[in-house]
Ligand binder design. Structure first.
Ligand code: DQA
Length: 145
């Protein structure tokens, strides 16, 4: 199974950025955690992060035909981006939306998610374990290739 993990803007600042909300773990250690989780589970995982909406759209399009599942934390683009929604719909790759924080308990604008309509599940408020929960959903769905 091939899984692409996409992180949007400011997630490269994990560990530095509002640690009371997002925790002290860095982006590098998040990637390490995901990679070690996938090791031995027969999952080929690739983690990518960009601060640019168009780059995220490009990566979703490039995944077409070669990736079995997308785990996506679009960061602030969650709440604004029709382009990411359309890209996920265009490729029809099963996607799980992840948020480190409990977005439903924060500002009203964070309660809106455009990408959610193209996702099979949403995980919020589980810290970085949410990424592993998302991968687990793909494993349980048996999208093995
Ligand atoms: C976030 C929540 C978003 O509202 C915010 O803009 C982020 C991170 C999260 O992981 O909790 O950048 O997606």
């Amino acid at each position: 199974m091939k899984i692409l993990v996409l992180n949007g803007p400011n997630l490269n600042m994990l560990g530095v950025r509002e640690p009371d909300i997002y925790g002290k773990e860095t982006y590098a250690s998040l990637v390490e955690k995901i990679e070690s989780y996938c090791k031995g589970k027969d999952i080929d995982v690739e983690c990518k992060q960009s601060n640019h909406e168009g780059t995220l759209v490009d990566w979703i399009q490039e995944a077409y035909g070669s990736v079995d599942g997308i785990v996506i934390n679009p960061g602030a683009y969650t709440h604004t981006s029709v382009a990411l929604l359309d890209a996920l719909k265009a490729v029809s790759i099963p996607a799980v939306e992840v948020h480190i924080s409990e977005v439903s308990k924060r500002e009203d604008f964070r309660k809106i998610s455009y990408v959610r309509a193209a996702c099979i599940a949403t995980i919020t408020g589980r810290g970085t374990d949410g990424y592993l929960d998302a991968i687990e959903i793909f494993l349980k769905n048996g999208d093995k290739k």
